[in-house]
Design a protein around this ligand. Sequence first.
Ligand code: FES
Length: 155
Amino acid sequence: MVEKRTSQLAELIEPYAGRPQELIQVLREIQEELGYLPKEAQEEVAQTLGVPLSRVYGVITFYHFFRTSPVGQHTIRLCLGTACYVRGAAQVLQTLQEELGINPGETTVDYKFSLERVACFGCCALSPVMVVDNTVHSRVTPAKAREILSTYQGS
Ligand code: FES
């Protein structure tokens, strides 16, 4: 399994050897293939493209669509766009981080939940908005977020 992934990674990264300007593109391709960007992929990309590992990490943390862990059973997407933010999305995020023990872009150790931040769902009148899998939750408060999480206990 590990060997298969290593050769798969090499195949994806090799065409970009010595092309640091293609950093985002190669990271996107790896994530498309594996679903996330494991540590060994980040290291391999840095080495092959000839960029510092810190730069690879900087790009991954800057762009919220990059993931550093596999996707969980349920994906929680919280909007942190302006309308949601001014109505308390930051407090909801804080609650989710405390309850789940993860940051955006991460997955819980039991692979039950993944947490992602979104710029805007396009339904700002319902802010703050949180989407779990395909279910939209509107006017979410920290208490409501806890309640929503509890409905997934045991599922
Ligand atoms: S800002 Fe959150 S839905 Fe638009």
